[in-house]
Design a binder for this molecule. Structure first.
Ligand code: NAD
Ligand code: TYD
Length: 360
């Protein structure tokens, strides 16, 4: 018999931590959290659930087959949700190796262990009658950039990844797909647009500009700032993943998006307006005055847009937040969580990991 437990990888990162917190708070069952605690993994993100009886945190790598095997046999989870990844495009441009290691090789090792486990529990179900599933969390960036007249990315759009990050995610998606096609592993894949919200690491556009604005630093806009992204509040992404896990059709992929296409410049200007309202600058100037145009990202994708009609039509999922409501909640969260901000900015969360896990 499978347990009503899920194994969540990458649980101390931005989206994984939001997912685990929402899951535990909703009383949906036990979570075993597996995270390597790279620079992007922060146990502060899990602070509200770290000692919860329904949560167990394990530090480790998805590529550590012995560890994954042990966790699967010990906890008999009904699902594995793979959030673990190197996730920042700029880092992938400067140093792609970790992206290949975790996103491609790591996912491969996780799939191999999932396959061996599934072979041993094929006919088993959890108390609610669910059989085992492997849910892979991916990105809309695998589709490459949209041409001006092209329709939004659908599940039928051909993959054309342009950055080392998106290429590594595309490779992992293909492996997941192949494990279903070849071995019958019951997989599900979600391809989501740009997320924002609590716990977002301040190397990404929104949290970087939010914290730079408050610190009186420049708000860097790459190139002309006319690149378009679709933005989704992280809690909406988490609800989509829950929906796909419960009702998605095995072997299918689901695009997840917020129907919120905005240029980067629009995003930063909205952010500035909200900050002007919630925490005005002492000198009375608007935060827009800190916007600074900087050199463009090499190979920068011009336009992403997600057609999320399949998940709405087939599973009845829709986002709850508009960009305006979600961004307001996000700014509020950062203003109210100065401890989190300071720990991230001064690197204290890394020192804690070094002391507790690395013995330094
Ligand atoms: P993140 O960088 O904030 O978190 C990634 C987490 O994975 C970190 O906690 C890190 O420590 C952990 N990790 C890295 N390598 C690991 C390994 N080898 N073994 C175990 N853990 C490891 O990323 P995120 O923004 O939370 O993204 C989570 C997933 O969602 C990723 O797969 C990403 O591709 C996907 N995604 C992100 C977005 C977005 O806008 N952030 C959008 C769509 C899809
Ligand atoms: P980012 O948050 O890095 O996410 P992704 O590259 O996965 O979409 O970037 C979002 C957009 O913002 C992207 O078009 C690059 C742009 N950008 C800037 O203009 N300035 C910045 O400082 C950063 C980090 C991103």
């Amino acid at each position: 018999m499978l347990e009503n437990t899920i194994l969540v990888t990458g649980s101390a990162g931005f989206i994984g931590s939001n997912f685990v917190i929402d899951w535990i708070k909703a009383g949906l069952g036990k979570v075993v959290s597996l995270d390597k605690l790279t620079y992007a993994g922060n146990l502060d993100n899990l602070a509200t659930v770290i000692d919860h009886p329904q949560h167990e945190f394990v530090r480790g790598d998805i590529a550590d087959r012995a560890l994954v095997n042990k966790l699967l046999l010990e906890h008999k989870p009904r699902a594995i949700l793979n959030f673990a990844a190197e996730s920042h495009v700029d880092r992938s441009i400067h140093g792609p190796e970790d992206f290949i290691q975790t996103n491609v090789v790591g996912t491969f090792h996780l799939l191999e262990e999932a396959r061996a486990y599934w072979d041993s529990c094929k006919d088993m179900q959890d108390p609610a009658g669910n059989s085992f599933k492997f849910l892979h969390i991916s990105t809309d960036e695998v589709y490459g950039t949209l041409e001006p007249q092209s329709p939004a990315f659908s599940e039928m759009t051909a993959y054309a990844p342009n950055s080392p990050y998106s290429a590594s995610k595309a490779a992992s998606d293909h492996l997941v797909r192949a494990y279903h096609h070849t071995y019958g592993l019951p997989v599900l894949t979600t391809n989501c647009s740009n997320n924002y919200g609590p716990h977002h690491f301040p190397e990404k556009l929104i949290p970087l500009c939010l914290l730079n604005a408050l610190a009186g630093k420049p708000l860097p806009i790459y190139g002309d700032g006319q690149q378009i992204r679709d933005w989704l509040y992280v809690k909406d992404h988490c609800s989509a993943i829950r929906k796909v896990l419960e009702a998605g059709k095995t072997g299918e992929t689901y695009n997840v998006g917020g129907w919120n296409e905005k240029t980067n410049l629009e995003v930063v200007k909205v952010l500035c307006q909200i900050l002007n309202e919630m925490q005005p600058r002492a000198d009375g100037l608007g935060y827009e005055s800190q916007i600074t145009y900087v050199q463009d990202r090499p190979g920068h994708d011009r336009h992403y847009a997600i057609d999320a009609s399949k998940i709405e039509r087939e599973l009845g999922w829709k986002p709850s937040e508009t960009f305006e409501t979600g961004i307001r909640k996000t700014v509020q969260w950062y203003l109210e969580h100065q401890d989190w901000v300071q720990n991230v900015l001064n690197g204290d969360y890394r020192q804690w990991v070094a002391k507790h896990y690395d013995g330094n």
